[in-house]
Design a protein around this ligand. Structure first.
Ligand SMILES: [Zn+2]
Length: 106
């Protein structure tokens, strides 16, 4: 768990989510402490190089960055949780929304 700034910084270069995620199905360890099933219901804020930043389906104040583990790109081997954050207060919520809109404008 990190504060939001470190979490966003740790994620690094963020881009608009364009990866075809339909081939990646599996459970992931969420920042909220539970594990969730990853499917099209999961809200993706942005993506990086074989990683994504997702919103907890139960509590939108928890964000997790997930590495997509594959074998030679085509074989999905699961999600690895890299970091998590708990959005505290309006400032963090706005910052998360800003990332979301910025990557969609780029
Ligand atoms: Zn969760």
């Amino acid at each position: 768990m990190m504060n939001f700034e470190s979490f966003a910084d740790d994620f690094g270069r963020a881009a608009k989510p364009v990866m075809n995620m339909s081939i990646y199905r599996g459970s992931f360890q969420c920042a909220c402490g539970q594990s969730h099933w990853f499917d099209e219901e999961i809200d993706i804020i942005c993506e990086g190089l074989m990683k994504i930043m997702v919103v907890c389906p139960n509590d939108p104040t928890f964000l997790t960055s997930l590495k997509i583990k594959t074998f030679m790109v085509f074989k999905f081997k699961g999600f690895v949780s890299l970091a998590g954050t708990h959005l505290k207060g309006e400032e963090d919520m706005i910052a998360a929304q800003t990332i979301r809109s910025l990557v969609r404008m780029a």
